[in-house]
Design a protein around this ligand. Sequence first.
Ligand code: FES
Length: 150
Amino acid sequence: MQTNNQRRQFLKQISSLAMGGVVLNALSGCSTGLHSYLVASSGGAISLNLNEYPELGQIGGAIEIEFNGEPGELVIVRISESSVVALSSTCTHLGCTVRKEPSFFRCPCHGSTYDLEGNVVRGPAEQSLERYPARMSNEQIIISLRNEQR
Ligand code: FES
């Protein structure tokens, strides 16, 4: 027969294991698989010179941007000749980092899939990846760090 103390100890251990599982789960999916660049933000925006990021030279190409000491915060994807999208790499299901595949993003934790514009293609995620305003003009990409409502 278990005492209250034994029961409490058992519940504490179970709780620690569950927390560890969540942390391990999150750590297992912590890379987008993309080339990562460290970029300084200024006035709530990031400015990129297209010529310095060869991965964005072709449609479907993408890079990861680190800024203000927060790695993997944004993924930039070239979606057409004249446009890019800026997305959070954090899965909207339970927060793992999504991984870039040739034509979509996939979450390694539970398999959610998003198209290159961040829209959910397959759950369990129900919401699109967070999207940030991005525009491309001439050879310049400007990303606002205010996220868009979707
Ligand atoms: Fe991405 Fe669950 S955390 S599918």
